[in-house]
Design a protein. Structure first.
Length: 696
């Protein structure tokens, strides 16, 4: 090790004149090649690169980087581009004609796992580079795979990503866990110059204490990015704070073959309470519940997807095409390509039957990756949407609905997840001692695929375990529990809730929660099927099977409209003479909107810059109030406290200008009712880092 350090120090002296100050990752491409072949450099925290050595090959540089155990910010540069790094994130999907970046199972790009798109976020974990192909391995939203450097590798057009060493990362994504919620905070880019967005995705994980954590699967949480990356590189999670107890967000892993406890009136009232009583999703509750009963798809899950995809029915696609779910709205041309429907109700019925029941939730469909919202590893999110966190965002609306009614759906079902990846192994059976459903399609293969456990019975031992789970069937089966297959034409085949029950060996699954109750009760005993297998049908029955009588749904207490002052108080702000106070300098638009709406309000903010003078309108039921934001010390209204502000205060004191309204209130930094030299000094000291300007 001493020899390596000595070599580094000599080479640093030899190349020190090439150091470039304040070099951003985007500028590396314009920096040119310092070394003839391969450069090993140190990425300084100020954004500069220091050349450590020139090497004759990538392998030589990689070995030197790995041996320098006391230098964590080393990167390898070739042709003016960072191609490898010791610890780094990836800023992906920068310039694509397709509008997304494909993620593949191997370096040869032979198996397409999923696709991802930047926008509301664009960071992934860098896990390494394959020198033979130049393609990199990443982890994002649970999926681990490879992406190409360019959208067109032959012409080297449309670079897909930058490798950003951790020393240059200013804004990684993270999970904020409070005493009641888990919030995913996402950077618009990792350089920290475009702000963040945040989504309240579910209830607080019981196994993790409140705080901020890093995770790129939403299951295992870390307090240190380098520790997390080291684990990811080795394919383990042993150093996570919850290494032995991963988190599964109930709303994200709940199977679609479940029923909500809420009825049509509850869904309609929720839309009204959010201030969208005249939008396209208004009065759609009956269609969602009817679709649930007929086609076997949880109404609240569909409802949540509709809210997310159509912005409560206010999107242009929903307004112009009655399309609540973004159906056929491809990334390159969403408005033009989206499907149109005669009515919103037609869209809901078509979505539940053709797109889910005989689509994403049908094991024979190429898009089936598990009957749950999921993430980019498992569930609808794999093939439904390019947003890596679409599953979390849809789940957040289910969480908001359930929270508004006192959590009558939370933990209603017991969920178990597949404990590993399997091939041709986990086939559901008609009974533990009987025949399996006769198809090669219906099996569970992808780790974390979720099933709804209705009960436990004894059966033949599998891997030494005689326990079997009775589960809801993902595909619609016929009366003999045989696989129906593709049946998208009329007459539509209905999902028989009271008989769609099959069995899987518990040895392959891990329970992630114990449901407190179940809307669908197991039917026992289950009849043993005939010993002669029935041939697998290829067409839908010509006569629709009768619909099972739906179980009565409890009617929750209506959502009371909160007082707006209560919403503001619970969000950590306060009201004074029409002004909204308590806002910190640098508060993000989405952060403030999310915080207020999580406590029951519908929020409209006049500007994406949260500063003094920005107006904010909060609606709760029939109540509505508008306030002017005041940030003490932010006199010019740009959301920060700077030299411009104390100059404005100084000029006011000297009589050169006259501050009025919100600006005058913000100038009273010590809040004594007057604008004086004390306020000027307070603001100046804040800028110098001597003290703070108190907002609360």
């Amino acid at each position: 090790m001493k020899k390596i350090i000595k070599i580094f120090s000599i080479l640093f002296i030899a190349f020190s004149f090439h150091q470039v100050d304040a070099l951003s990752a985007a500028e590396v491409k314009n920096r040119g090649s310092i070394c003839p072949i391969i450069e090993l450099a140190n990425a300084n925290e100020d954004g500069s690169l220091q050349v450590m050595a020139c090497h004759n090959s990538y392998e030589e540089a990689k070995q030197a980087m790995n041996q320098a155990t006391d230098m964590d910010n080393l990167v390898i540069v070739q042709n003016g581009m960072i191609i490898d790094a010791k610890y780094a994130l990836v800023d992906y999907d920068q310039n694509t004609k397709a509008g997304y970046t494909n993620v593949y199972s191997d370096v040869y790009l032979s198996g397409n796992l999923t696709y991802i798109r930047g926008g509301s976020t664009d960071d992934a974990v860098f896990l390494g580079m394959d020198p033979g192909t130049g393609r990199i391995k990443i982890k994002v939203s649970g999926v681990v795979g490879y992406i190409a450097r360019y959208e067109n590798e032959a012409s080297r057009e449309n670079q897909l990503y930058d490798i950003v060493p951790l020393s240059w990362v200013k804004s990684p994504s993270y999970y904020q866990i409070t005493s009641s919620d888990i919030i995913h905070v996402l950077p618009i880019n990792v350089y920290g110059n475009r702000g963040t967005s945040s989504t309240v995705i579910g209830k607080k994980p019981e196994m993790v204490a409140p705080g901020n954590y890093y995770s790129y699967d939403g299951q295992y949480f870390y307090t240190d990015l380098k520790v997390m990356i080291r684990d990811y590189q080795m394919g383990v999670t042993s150093n996570a704070v919850n290494a032995n107890n991963p988190y599964y967000n109930y709303y994200q892993y709940l199977g679609f073959r479940t029923k909500t406890n809420y009825n049509a009136a509850n869904l309609n009232q929720f839309i009204i309470s959010r201030g969208y009583g005249s939008a396209k999703m208004a009065n759609t509750g009956n269609a969602f519940i009817t679709a649930q009963e007929k086609y076997g798809i949880n109404a609240a899950l569909m409802f949540a997807i509709g809210i997310h995809e159509s912005a409560y029915g206010t999107s242009n696609i929903s307004k112009n095409k009655n399309n609540l779910f973004g159906l056929n709205a491809i990334d390159a041309s969403p408005g033009e390509s989206a499907s149109a429907f005669p009515s919103v109700e037609d869209c809901i019925y078509d979505y539940s039957y053709r797109w889910l029941d005989y689509g994403y939730v049908q094991p024979g469909d190429y898009r089936f990756k598990g009957a749950l919202l999921g993430n980019k590893q498992v569930g609808l999110n794999v093939k439904y949407a390019s947003d890596p966190y679409w599953g979390e965002k849809a789940a957040s609306h289910y969480y908001a609905l359930d929270k508004a009614y006192g959590f009558q759906d939370y933990n209603a079902y017991t969920i178990a997840v597949l404990n590993n990846d399997y091939q041709n192994t986990v086939y559901p059976m008609k009974s533990p001692n009987g025949f399996r459903v006769s198809t090669a399609y219906y099996q569970y293969r992808i780790k974390n695929s979720a099933v709804v456990v209705l009960g436990e019975v004894d059966g033949p031992a599998v891997n030494g375990n005689t326990k079997w789970y009775q589960i809801m069937s993902d595909p619609t089966l016929d009366n003999d529990l045989e696989y129906i297959g593709n049946s998208k034409s009329n007459p539509r085949v209905e999902y028989l809730w009271n008989q769609m029950k099959v069995y899987v060996p518990a040895a392959y699954f891990t329970k992630v929660n114990d449901g407190t109750s179940s809307v669908i009760k197991p039917v026992e005993p289950t009849p043993t099927p005939s010993p002669t297998p029935t041939p697998e049908p290829t067409n839908a029955p010509t006569v629709p099977t009768p619909t099972a009588t739906p179980l009565p749904t409890p009617v929750p207490t209506p959502i009371p409209a909160k007082e707006i002052s209560q919403i503001i108080g619970e969000s950590g702000y306060r009201i004074e003479n029409g002004n909204l106070l308590g806002v910190k300098p640098g508060t993000g638009f989405q952060d403030m909107k999310t915080k207020l709406e999580a406590n029951g309000g519908v929020v409209n903010i006049s500007s994406e810059t949260i500063g003094t003078g920005t107006t904010i309108t909060i609606t709760s039921g029939t109540l509505q109030e508008t306030f002017s934001i005041v940030i003490y010390g932010d006199v010019d209204g740009d959301g920060t406290i700077s030299a411009v502000d104390y100059v404005l205060v100084k000029n006011h004191i000297m009589g050169k200008t006259n501050l009025t309204g919100a600006s005058a209130k913000a100038a009273d930094a010590n809040r004594d009712g007057t604008i004086s030299a004390v306020d000027y000094v307070n603001i100046k000291n804040y800028i110098m880092g001597v003290n703070n300007v108190i907002q609360n």
